[in-house]
Write a protein that binds this ligand. Sequence first.
Ligand code: CAA
Length: 290
Amino acid sequence: MKVGVIGAGTMGQGIAKAFAQVDGYSVALCDIKQEWAEGGKDKIVKGYAKLVEKGKLTQEQVDKITAAITPGLKEDICADCDLIVEAAFEDMNVKQTTFKELDAICKADCIFASNTSSLSITEIGKGVNRPVVGMHFFNPADRMKLIEVIAGVNTPVDIVEKIKKISEEIGKTPVQVNEAAGFVVNRILIPLINEAAFIKMEGVSDIEGIDTAMKLGANHPMGPLELGDYIGLDICLAIMDVLYNETKDGKYRACPLLRKMVRGGNLGVKSGKGFYVYNADKTKTPVDKL
Ligand code: CAA
């Protein structure tokens, strides 16, 4: 099966790896510029080189996986895809335009899926001449086992079932979700991260204290503030705003500290600074300890 992954950023790279690691799958990794697509593949190759160094994978295994990923432009390499997983910028206009363009490029039986983390699948599919389904991966997409499979109002049952089957084939566990802002995981997880930002803003504890408390007190693998940095604070803020705008419920009010940090370009790991500063030697320092 050939899968077109649209967007060669963090999620696109992880999704490309999740498919390419499985026999019988090849990936067209696309972005709006050829060099961005190639940059995404370069990062994938570098990541795997580290795993070879550590002895986790052999060079032969890595060569096979990376050979299954072709970077390029969707108009050049997606015509014969069987499945599209769109992981473009989290913006309704961008997603709608991307699918309309893909409609003209892809063969008639290609399934269209979006990795949106909170936007309406029904709205994304508006004006597209085939159904759109949600196929929501979690970061790091090649390691995390869950895929939320989201049925929009107009998504036929057979498309939902096909995506569940493909999810299982690549070693994931699908959970079917009806369309609703934030689906299941982000409706719970992102308000938790937002609450941690409020706790920091109110001075209840410091950054390390909050993260340590949740790691040791709730057995979370990462603390909420380091997880926010890892996901991207801009993504967390965008999801809070979607939850609020869809429901107008004050319980989804974004923490002002989170908004201030995003406005200042402090987005977390990807910008080198969020609740932590990410040092060149791979260590990180909480910003309130600088
Ligand atoms: N093959 C073989 N070995 C591999 C490998 C691969 N493909 N990838 C990694 N490894 C190795 C690593 O090198 C590492 O080896 P060492 O221990 O020797 O260094 C080992 O396997 C363990 O690697 P992990 O990457 O699994 O590391 P970890 O156990 O520390 O887990 C983590 C990392 C998975 C990120 C974990 O911290 C975690 O689960 N964190 C929470 C993540 C989370 O909540 N994600 C959801 C975010 S929300 C989201 O994504 C939705 C959204 O829409 C915003």
